[in-house]
Design a protein around this ligand. Structure first.
Ligand code: SF4
Ligand code: SF4
Length: 334
């Protein structure tokens, strides 16, 4: 088990019965009387792996027991589909069982943003997050095409900002091509998850319409022929997370179950690539994602990187670099 000692503590617990005890370590009393957005990805249409309403209700009940006023919260997405609009996302949330009647709290979808600058770039953070002093992060840990793994950092870095900021972050991670350095090895085209690149003898072509801006091709190019248009997607992701949570009281819960190859945004995210592990609770987004990754690696070494051709460690290293949190942790099983 990837256990290290350091500044942050992470509590590992094996079932929901222990959740109450874990919360007691993280100043849950300060949530009393506060309106608390519970940041949750409520799943794309046809996705089977997102966090389930029964589990989410359990978390909401715990927050209520602590006298907080929780509500489920998420933002709209940039791509087409139900989650593109507030009305569509609310409809989908209802289809997935996230209703006030079933969960016991309001479900709020909003895409109004407030600009916040981190490391010289501006991110439009959801107004609900900006206006809250206390936030609960409920993150499902799974694979991701652009980040290898999606956990707490991904939940905020992409899920906490407006669709305009989401688009800008992705576009900034598109490749800039330098012909002189290209050896036409084809490695970039091989790993592109969206078939946006075609490489033949002395020919390199990119279909911009298919390019998602994941940056995976840039990592795969060992000749230096590809560079980021603006910045590494995992770097801006860590920065956007910081924009969402800096100066807030945040408790993070990572659900490491139904660990699919791809994210909850993907209708065809399967197969499951690692057996269920459990739940982690922490007050540090970097520590909790590092602990989640270590636990998965203990069971299936480097499975996220192998499945998605990109290292999830980058977001953790960037998170440490910009002061988002610490990858050092002490794992306590309760
Ligand atoms: S990986 Fe780099 S060197 Fe190889 S074809 Fe792509 S751009 Fe050219
Ligand atoms: S950034 Fe991603 S989607 Fe775009 S060409 Fe590179 S690998 Fe393909």
């Amino acid at each position: 088990m990837g256990e290290e000692s350091g500044m942050s503590n992470v509590i590992f617990f094996t079932d929901l019965e222990k959740f109450h005890d874990a919360l007691a370590h993280f100043n849950i009393e300060s949530f009393a009387g506060k309106k608390v957005p519970v940041k949750l990805h409520m799943g794309e249409l046809k996705n089977k792996y997102f966090s389930k309403p029964e589990f989410v209700k359990h978390v909401i009940d715990e927050l209520k027991m602590a006298h907080a006023e929780p509500y489920l919260f998420d933002t709209t997405v940039a791509y087409t589909g139900l989650r593109h609009s507030k009305t569509g996302y609310r409809k989908l949330a209802k289809m997935h069982g996230f209703t006030a009647k079933k969960i016991g709290c309001d479900v709020v979808i909003d895409d109004k943003g407030v600009p916040i600058t981190v490391e010289n770039r501006e991110y439009e953070v959801a107004e609900h997050l900006v206006e809250s002093t206390h936030i609960f992060a409920l993150s499902h840990v799974k694979g991701h095409v652009a980040t290898g793994m999606g956990g707490a950092i991904k939940n905020f870095g992409m899920g906490g900002v407006t669709k305009e900021t989401k688009i800008r972050m992705h576009h900034g991670s598109r490749p800039i091509y330098q012909k002189d350095a290209c050896t036409y090895c084809g490695a970039c085209a091989e790993v592109c998850p969206f078939n946006a690149l075609k490489v033949k003898e002395n020919s390199w072509k990119q279909n911009m319409k298919s390019c998602f801006g994941c940056g995976v091709c840039i990592d795969a190019c060992k000749s230096g022929a590809l560079t980021y248009k603006d910045a590494d997607f995992q770097y801006v992701l860590a920065c956007a997370t910081k924009a969402c949570i800096q100066d807030k009281n945040v408790i993070y819960l990572n659900e490491i179950k139904r660990i699919a190859r791809s994210c909850d945004c993907d209708p065809f995210a399967g197969p499951v690539i690692c057996p269920d592990i459990g739940y982690l609770v922490s007050d540090d987004p970097v520590a909790i994602d590092k602990a989640s990754l270590d636990l998965v690696n203990d069971v299936k070494k480097d499975v996220f990187e192998k499945e998605n051709n990109i290292s999830p460690l980058k977001q953790i290293k960037y998170g440490e670099e910009i002061g988002l949190g610490s990858p050092s942790y002490q794992l306590i099983e309760i």
